[in-house]
Write a protein that binds this ligand. Structure first.
Ligand SMILES: O=C(O)CCC(=O)C(=O)O
Ligand SMILES: [Fe+2]
Length: 277
């Protein structure tokens, strides 16, 4: 059976129908999903109840899976992390970010499954870095091509977020030692499609290395605002058992934090990526 791919907005996003993600994927479906991801950058599937093993198995069709250094995992399936507002403070996702760009090889993508949702609210937005790059003027593209930026995990995960016990402090110190600030190109080339994408994000990017402090601050502010203009985004209103699969190499996202004290539970499997160039 062939997939139905319905684009949802001009910048990015498509809904996929005609596949059961809990079953073993055929090579044909796997390849069609990969191509749709390249074309649309974030894919949405409705009514896909997945247990953690099924979710990990689906995600592993697209690469090896990452075990997150900070979030709690499903104990029997540590490749699946839990975002549960009753357990963890997940406010750090209510900022535009690309996942784990503080790593030398940030995630290729992630598969997110909605387990428990508030009655309303708790939407997630994605923005296309490709559309953001393409919407820049020629002179600005020329300036940014070849520049590098620093990414630092402490920008989104400051010590306060880790808690206050000696154990929390030790865990944060260890995570910081393991993840020193590093540099990535400001304009990234997609390793498969070859398309260029703006690759700075408010969550983790602290500085454009080749500019002065004041230039870096002003240009990053401009780029963060430019990259997240509504025209370059899509907003997904979740239903339980929805699955989103995004290409983390060329997108950023924002989890809207507007539903407390209601509980929201999501499971995520993260696919390892390669070094941006
Ligand atoms: O909870 C969400 O909708 C997204 C959270 C997030 O930023 C992520 O899973 O990477
Ligand atoms: Fe995220």
């Amino acid at each position: 059976m062939s997939l139905t791919i319905t684009p949802l907005s001009p910048a990015l996003g498509a809904q996929i129908q005609g596949v059961d993600l809990s079953a073993e994927l055929s090579a044909e479906h796997r390849n069609a999903i990969e191509q749709a991801l390249l074309d649309h950058q974030v894919l949405f599937f409705r009514e896909q109840p997945l247990n953690p093993q099924q979710q990990a198995r689906f995600a592993a069709h697209f690469g090896d899976l990452h075990i997150h250094p900070i979030y709690p995992n499903v104990p029997e399936t540590p490749q699946v992390l839990i975002l549960d507002t009753a357990v963890t403070d997940v406010r750090d996702n209510a900022v535009w970010h690309t996942d784990v760009t503080f790593l030398p090889t940030p995630a290729l993508g992630a598969v997110l499954s909605a387990k428990q949702l508030p009655a309303y609210g708790g939407d997630t937005l994605w923005a296309s870095g490709i559309a953001a790059y393409e919407a820049l003027s020629k002179p600005l593209k020329k300036l940014l091509d070849g520049l590098t930026a620093t990414h630092d995990f402490t920008k989104s995960f400051p010590l306060e977020r880790f808690g206050s016990t000696a154990e929390d402090l030790a865990r944060w110190e260890q995570t910081r030692r393991n993840n020193p600030p590093l540099s990535h190109p400001v304009i990234r080339t997609h390793p498969v499609s070859g398309r260029k994408s703006l690759f700075v994000n408010e969550g983790f990017t602290t500085r454009i290395n080749e500019l002065t402090d004041i230039e870096s601050e002003a240009i990053l502010k401009l780029l963060f605002a430019h990259a997240t203009r509504p025209e370059l985004t899509i907003r997904w209103r979740w239903q339980e058992n929805d699955v989103a699969f995004w290409d983390n190499r060329v997108t950023q996202h924002y989890a809207v934090d507007d539903y407390r004290p209601q509980r929201r539970v999501m499971h995520r499997a993260t696919i390892l990526g390669d070094r941006p160039f």
